[in-house]
Design a binder for this molecule. Structure first.
Ligand SMILES: [Fe+2]
Length: 268
């Protein structure tokens, strides 16, 4: 299966960011063991990552992937938004942090704490349904990595689906670093992945499996299905249903620390 199927859309709903020059498709997926960089955290043995090269979308693929508006508040979608300058100006110092050990020190500064408070207020203005705004994280990733998520086995998990916790539909992640970073995802929901794998071979997956395992079964069975790569510039955020789609962050091509703010939310 080489062709992009109808599934999760990238929606232009919150502002006027144009998606055309910032979305790419991979040639499929492959085992991470082919692309491990010895200078960064190693990949887990079962990790799967996008297969290079990246290419731009055809007009048919653009029609499949993009939509102008969110149709229904319960729909899963991916979108970008720009964080207002009056918030970002308090957080500039985070963009110049050179090493993750220095991050905690900068976070304790008064102006950064004020900026984080303003981010909470801003997210409150976007959110129309309940979400726990107290649960947030600020973290960092090394530059120039195809995927960034490290699991509890101290190895990079590759493309994965976050464990479901409660009713959260989406996650917001703000790029507070100084360079563009990327959001990688397969535009199919966990239900679509399960259906496609079990239609091909009903013995391959079990409904009781964890989401990431179903995602990996899909990528092994359909290694030519493309991964979407969405560029998120400094000061921008992505919103994505990370408990429902196969995804990861990516810092390919960068040379400075990736600093981010993230929170689980239910947007309408
Ligand atoms: Fe994740």
């Amino acid at each position: 299966m080489y062709q992009l199927r109808e599934g999760i859309k990238i929606v232009e709903s919150y502002n006027d960011i144009s998606f055309e020059d910032r979305v790419f498709l991979s040639s499929g997926t492959e085992s991470a063991s082919y692309s491990t960089n010895q200078f960064t955290t190693p990949y887990c043995t079962d990790a799967i990552v996008p297969r290079l090269p990246w290419r731009t979308l055809t007009s048919t693929e653009q029609k499949i992937l993009f939509r102008n508006k969110v149709n229904n508040s319960s729909n899963l979608y991916v979108t970008l938004l720009s964080i207002p300058q009056n918030i970002l100006c308090h957080l500039k110092e985070l963009g110049s942090v050179k090493h993750h050990t220095a991050l905690q020190y900068v976070l304790e500064k008064e102006s950064v704490a004020k900026g984080i408070g303003l981010i909470h207020d801003y997210i409150e203005t976007l959110r129309l349904q309940n979400a726990d705004v107290s649960e947030y994280g600020i973290g960092s990733n090394a530059p120039n990595q195809m995927t960034v998520t490290v699991g509890n086995r101290d190895c990079k998990v590759g493309l994965h689906i976050d464990n479901q916790r409660g009713s959260s539909l989406h996650r917001i992640l703000i790029n507070l670093g100084s360079q563009p970073r990327y959001f990688l995802f397969i535009n199919l929901s966990i239900q679509q992945l399960y259906r496609l794998v079990s239609e091909t071979d009903s013995n391959l997956v079990n409904e009781t499996w964890g989401s990431s395992r179903i995602g990996r079964a899909f990528m092994q069975l359909f290694p030519n299905y493309p991964v979407v790569k969405l560029r998120v510039n400094p000061g921008e955020a992505y919103i994505a249903p990370t408990e429902h789609i196969t995804h990861d962050g990516c810092t390919e091509g960068t040379n400075s620390l990736d600093v981010f703010f993230t929170m689980r939310v239910i947007f309408s």
